[in-house]
Design a protein around this ligand. Sequence first.
Ligand SMILES: *Cc1c(COP(=O)(O)O)cnc(C)c1O
Length: 365
Amino acid sequence: MSRPVPNPGILDIAPYTPGKSPVAEPGRKVFKLSANETPFGPSPHAIAAYKSAADHLEDYPEGTSRVLREAIGRAYGLDPDRIICGAGSDEILNLLAHTYLGPDDEAISTTHGFLVYPIATLANGARNVVAEEKDLTCNVDAILAKVSPKTKIVWLANPNNPTGTYIPFDEVKRLRAGLPGHVVLVLDAAYADYVSRNDYEIGIELVATTDNTVMTHTFSKIHGLAALRIGWMFGPANIVDAVNRIRGPFNVSVPAQLAAVAAIQDSAHVEKSRTHTEAWRNKLTEELTKIGLTVTPSVCNFVLMHFPTTKGKTAAEADAFLTKRGLVLRALGNYNLPHALRMTIGTDEANELVIEGLREFMAQP
Ligand SMILES: *Cc1c(COP(=O)(O)O)cnc(C)c1O
């Protein structure tokens, strides 16, 4: 009997394993520190704008997200015509893959690159080519060595999730300069707002001066609007034109557009989150190192910590130990980092509890 056969590549995608539903000991408060969500929630203005949309749910959205593109344009000094909004940056990344990848093509990502990249690549029948990282950091030479005539996209989260590392803008420019003109370089800036390094840049200059570089960004992280699914890209006219041809005409909902406009205008809310994150990133790195863990230097709103492989001290055991206390971190087996846990920086209370918990865990006989 015949039955439907999925397109080539689809069945090579590892089925998505959702985060576990944490069960803490009775009486423990649960802190979800596994999805890089902000402990501050969105701006109160964004919540108010979201609620105001409830009065007109019968109307379709304006199809191009014009009000949001204009607000993003004002915030970053960009031409709104070069911006596309999407249902999360996930949609934008998938639209880019669909626009430029097909069977026989190749797309390059790095060893511990964001998992959406290989999924978007395979979903379009293309081959996912992995470039080795160095010290859990993108290595430009390794990427350039993987380029072939079939390469169509290079995916680069800068900084990257789940490693928390970044490459300086000079290196990004060297990467662009070394890639053939027909290769789209996608710079995913989901965590850009948390970076406080002089040699980092989000990539606007590169997008504005080339016709093959795209920058993507999201409202899911520092703006705290992950539930509403809003992302965007800034790109050259030729790429914007091509992607817009396959974008669904009403892909961003009215409540999402209005909340995002209010969020991007609330710079005080963003600043509060940035300050809190930086202070705790430093403190967590210092305290966890003292306890005996290895912490990868992070520029994001999370830290990656590495555990010993000795029985009783492993990442899996630490994960179970913390979960009982209501502290839910992210295990990274599906990122091929079985000895590490990723912790999203949470409230003061949550962060203190993790330090205290891990100190006890590591001191156990
Ligand atoms: C969280 C994250 C995003 C944002 O995805 P959305 O679909 O916008 O929620 C994008 N890229 C990376 C690397 C991320 O970690």
